[in-house]
Ligand binder design. Structure first.
Ligand SMILES: [Zn+2]
Ligand SMILES: [Zn+2]
Length: 145
């Protein structure tokens, strides 16, 4: 194996620096999510997530406060500065979903698709990219466009 084959760790944290994390290994996927819950939680038009293996993820400073909006959805954020950091769910216990904007270098990852694209805001123009657009995160059915 060459050194090039070893992925660089993903590091990141909140704006105030009290909560920091690191993830090793290859990400499972990177997606833009246009669902209304991600929009509300992040107060942004859409959220970009990178999924990593739970066993590859660690909090390296502090710990997030967890907000549970339903039994299946837990969001981790910094209690001091409010930065949204991760999504967790008993539906995918083997994964941690990290908000790409919390990474020290978001350019380390590259999105592969748009999820919940039917919920995208009318004025979001993502057509400059050629990524497939799906109705859900699970890539069920054909792409929407
Ligand atoms: Zn903070
Ligand atoms: Zn979402």
């Amino acid at each position: 194996m060459t050194e090039d084959a070893i992925p660089e760790a993903l590091t990141g944290g909140c704006q105030c620096g009290q909560v920091r994390f690191a993830a090793t290994g290859n990400p499972n996927w990177v997606v833009h999510c246009h669902c209304s819950l991600c929009r509300r939680q992040t107060s942004a038009p859409f959220a970009t997530w990178v999924s990593v293996a739970a066993g590859d993820f660690a909090w390296t400073d502090g710990a997030p406060k967890i907000f549970t909006d339903s039994p299946d959805r837990h969001r981790g954020f910094c209690a001091a500065c409010g930065t949204q950091l991760v999504g967790l769910s008993p539906k995918w216990p083997e994964e941690v979903h990290i908000l790409v904007g919390a990474l020290d270098d978001p350019n380390q990852v590259t999105p592969i698709l748009h999820a919940y694209y039917g919920d995208a805001l009318e004025w979001i123009d993502t057509h400059a990219d050629s990524l497939p657009r799906y109705a859900t995160l699970k890539r069920e059915g054909p792409p929407l466009v």
